[in-house]
Design a protein around this ligand. Structure first.
Ligand code: SF4
Length: 223
């Protein structure tokens, strides 16, 4: 009796491990294809496999001392593509943007308000450019120093879509938790606590696709 029980248990464990291994292979093959070729195939399958294997893959990459941020980048790229069509149908006024305060210049004169930093568009960093274009488009932008501020913003301001900028791990987790708001994300090219870096053109491109479509660029920033 006991022997049968342990045999059955062993078989179940082997089957579960085999399923996990298959899902890991699917995630890695489709994920790297997406990153390398900028083309998404079998999006539903990749999302399903990635959601189930995310913690395991992150731990495996860390274990083998590989760049585990790749998993977050795959997830962000996947969610951006899956949500893009729905996002592009939203009116700009239904969209909010959340930027991290670490993007600002070390000599930033902005003060901290209830909803985050209040940028005065001094021209000291890219936030001023992004704010200027967001204002022209009608997208509310928030520069937040932490998750408490994000929660305040999300509670106060109704919205249907969100553009987020953050380091790959934080951005991916935020996009996963805001899945019903067709999130669009741009991850930082250089993260850290200060002097971080983002591809401003990529952020402006997301602003431009909201309704009505526009063609703003960095050159439209007026100091
Ligand atoms: S542009 Fe805004 S956020 Fe950047 S340094 Fe000036 S006031 Fe600060």
């Amino acid at each position: 009796m006991d022997l049968n029980f342990f045999t059955l248990l062993g078989e179940i464990v082997v089957v579960l491990l085999a399923i996990l291994l298959i899902l890991i292979c699917i995630t890695l093959i489709l994920g790297f294809y997406l990153i390398k070729n900028k083309k998404l195939i079998f999006p539903g399958l990749l999302l399903f496999a990635l959601n189930l294997t995310y913690p395991t893959l992150k731990n495996l990459f860390k274990w083998f001392q590989l760049n585990d941020l790749l998993i977050d980048e795959i997830s962000i790229d996947l969610r951006n593509r899956i949500n893009r069509e729905k996002f592009s149908k939203l009116d700009a006024k239904e969209v909010i943007m959340v930027l991290p305060h670490c993007l600002r210049s070390t000599s930033c004169p902005a003060k901290l308000g209830e909803s985050g930093l209040e940028c005065v568009e001094c021209g000291g960093c890219c936030i001023g450019t992004i704010k200027c274009i967001s204002d022209m488009k009608g997208i509310d932008m928030y520069i937040v120093p932490g998750s408490t501020f994000i929660k305040n913003v999300l509670k106060k301001r109704p919205f249907k879509g969100v553009i987020g900028v953050a380091c790959p791990i934080d951005l991916n987790l935020a996009m996963m938790s805001l899945d019903s708001y067709c999130p669009q994300g741009v991850y930082l090219l250089r993260d850290g606590c200060i002097n971080t870096l983002v591809d401003v053109d990529e952020v402006i491109e997301l602003i431009n696709v909201t309704q009505p479509p526009t063609q703003y660029s960095k050159e439209d920033f007026i100091k």
